[in-house]
Ligand binder design. Structure first.
Ligand code: PLP
Ligand code: ZN
Length: 612
């Protein structure tokens, strides 16, 4: 067994400075409950450091082993983490007039996030300390990361996550074989529960504690090395619990202490404005963090109501001469698209926070054009694709005919898709515009020219929305236009729903009556059903019975909401199949979920009718 001198580090409380042996506690101070810091004997590290190897071997997290509190090297659990690209943003450099803008692409780690660097040290320590099982709380990414390393170590792994954790992260974690428990509560509540669970059942408590921080320092080492053993002028990083930004600051400080770099970066902390505990404290020059009870942000990875390492972050910002920035969700999502479109780096929303901050600060003339700025893109976009597709319109679906491809190119549908990403909740008019004014608005907002027919359909549709009392925003108009451009609207509608009425109550069956035209017949019918949509569709099917050759059945039905609030427009997506096994997916948007459902059904029917 290769064992090092065990006395080259100790654990110390950042607040009351009490020191602990790692077997007593390696998570929280037993005296005051604050976070711990690993304090090294740097002379010892200096002695062990092989400078030649450090400067001449390829980067990877393991290459900086000397800087970690690992004693038994035979216990190392690694998935080959780190060594991620430092991407020079050529296109964005032009856009923001910053010559040295870089992205440290942490999505390139084994499980798609920087946390793997911390997990390397944490699970290695768990092995050293003889853990039998691991438990912890997570907003999703730590879940997948720790689960992966536990699989390697053959350790059982229990994870508590807040309900609503992105499905990509859950799928990954479950696939690694972890035991996930979803909690009706916030991340902080999961965290408390995990602590109690570990104590009661004797599990190793993983999480944003001192050992994880040590592993995550390697981002700083790599950035310095990739810049030719220099620190950047600014290091921009998102903050959730605050562990990662503190780790990066510690990493740079150590290199400076060991004379491997000659100056330190200024640290910029970025948080979404729906959960910006640390930024608020820093900007109000307060030494106290005020909990945000109900975090509200798409940046689920940083939705932390009470950052455990918040005090370390405040210190890093102060000591480095940095600052804090809050960003609204809408800007984060737009910048996530910008980063993907300009530099081909696809991140989850939290990973886009740093660039959003750079965009904001550079507008105010905060940077000099030759400043070296490194943004930490913390996590891969595939972790949370739903948040991205929420603002990108679905790609159009066409029949396999060249004429439809021609239509796509003619109407520049791709352009709607990229322009539509910006300012989605913008209200575009006070009073319903004339067709002429609408044409101009659509051209200015989306960069496309609508044909007369499409313009008319769009105006009609807008009127229907507004009669129902809904204020139309940019997102709505985009949905409406896309529906109007749908090839379906250019064909005759064999089935056309003229009107319907439906009565529902809490306990009784729903009752619907419907008036429709089928071919050239007008039909009226009534039916009951378990719910409103079911009753209407039953009435419809009853009406066309005997003439109907399709006998379509619904096989999937999804309702999505774009913006918050009960007055928001909804999108219904239906998948239907006819008796010959032809399958179709259709969608419709309306402020009324039943109207949207009925329109989607009508579309499904007509698509399948024309398909025969
Ligand atoms: C965990 C995480 C963060 C936040 O890091 P903290 O150490 O909690 O401050 C940011 N982005 C992503 C993608 C993460 O997974
Ligand atoms: Zn203490």
């Amino acid at each position: 067994m290769v064992t090092l001198n065990e006395n080259f580090y100790t654990l110390q409380c950042i607040n009351c400075k009490a020191e602990f042996d790692e077997h007593t506690t390696c998570t929280k101070c037993l005296k005051c409950g604050c976070s711990l810091d690993v304090i090294y004997n740097y002379d010892f590290i200096k002695q062990r450091l092989n400078l030649y190897a450090l400067k001449h071997s390829p980067i990877s997290a393991l290459k900086y082993l000397t800087f970690y509190p690992i004693i038994d090297l035979s216990k190392i659990i690694t998935l080959n983490e780190g060594g991620t690209p430092l991407h020079h943003c050529k296109n964005l450099s032009k856009k923001y007039k910053l010559n040295n803008l870089f992205i440290k692409n942490e999505g390139a780690n084994p499980t798609g996030v920087f946390k793997d660097r911390g997990t390397l040290v944490e699970i290695t320590k768990a092995q050293e300390m003889g853990a039998k099982a691991v438990c912890f709380a997570s907003t999703g990414n730590m879940a997948a990361s720790v689960a992966a390393y536990c699989t390697q170590a053959k350790l059982p792994c229990y994870v508590l996550v807040p309900e609503g954790t992105p499905i990509g992260k859950l799928a990954q974690t479950l696939s690694y074989g972890a035991r996930i428990i979803q909690v009706r509560g916030t991340y902080s509540q999961c965290s408390k529960l995990a602590e109690q669970m570990a104590k009661k059942h004797g599990f190793f408590l993983a999480g944003d504690y001192a050992f994880r921080l040590e592993g995550q320092k390697s981002q700083a080492y790599e950035i310095a090395e990739q810049l030719g053993w220099k620190a950047p002028d600014y290091l921009v990083c998102p903050v959730g619990v605050g562990t990662n930004i503190s780790a990066i600051w510690k990493g740079f400080s150590e290199l400076h202490k060991l004379d491997l770099i000659d100056k330190l970066p200024k640290i910029i902390a970025v948080q979404p404005d729906g959960c910006d505990v640390v930024v608020r404290a820093f900007n109000s020059k307060s030494k106290k963090l005020v909990e945000i009870e109900k975090p509200n942000t798409v940046c689920s990875a940083v939705a932390v109501s009470m950052p455990f390492d918040g005090m370390k972050v405040l210190k890093a910002l102060k000591d480095s001469g940095g600052c804090g920035v809050s960003i609204p969700d809408e800007e984060v999502l737009a910048i996530e698209q910008t980063l993907a479109r300009e530099e081909a780096i696809f991140v989850e929303p939290s990973g886009a926070l740093p660039l959003a901050a750079v965009a904001k600060l550079s507008e105010k003339g905060f940077f000099k054009k030759d400043d070296t700025i490194v943004c930490v893109a913390t996590g891969n976009g595939l972790k949370d694709p739903k948040s991205a597709v929420k603002i990108i319109p679905d790609p159009p679906t066409i029949d396999p005919e060249l004429s439809e491809v021609d239509n796509y190119l003619k109407y520049k549908l791709y352009q709607i898709q990229s322009e539509g990403v910006k300012n989605r909740s913008k209200i575009l008019w006070k009073k319903i515009p004339s067709e002429k004014d609408l044409k101009k608005i659509v051209h200015d907002e989306f960069g496309i020219n609508l044909s007369k027919a499409v313009l008319k359909g769009t105006t009609d549709s807008i009127k229907k929305f507004e009669t129902k009392g809904k204020k139309i925003n940019k997102q709505d108009i985009q949905n409406i236009i896309e529906e109007q451009l749908d090839e379906y609207n250019q064909k005759e509608k064999h089935l056309k729903i003229i009107d319907f009425e439906v009565k529902t109550s809490k306990y009784k069956e729903a009752e619907a009556s419907i008036k429709l035209s089928y071919g050239n017949k007008i039909l009226i019918e009534q039916a009951k059903g378990v719910g409103a949509v079911d009753a209407i569709i039953s009435a419809l099917k009853k009406a066309i019975k005997g003439h109907d050759k399709l006998e379509i059945k619904l096989i999937d039905y999804n309702v999505e909401i774009f913006t918050g609030g009960v007055e928001a427009a909804v999108k219904v997506v239906m998948t239907a199949i006819d008796k010959n096994g032809n399958r179709i997916i259709a969608q419709a948007t309306s402020p009324d979920v039943i109207v949207a459902s009925v329109s989607a059904f009508e579309k499904c029917y007509n698509f399948l009718y024309h398909r025969k």
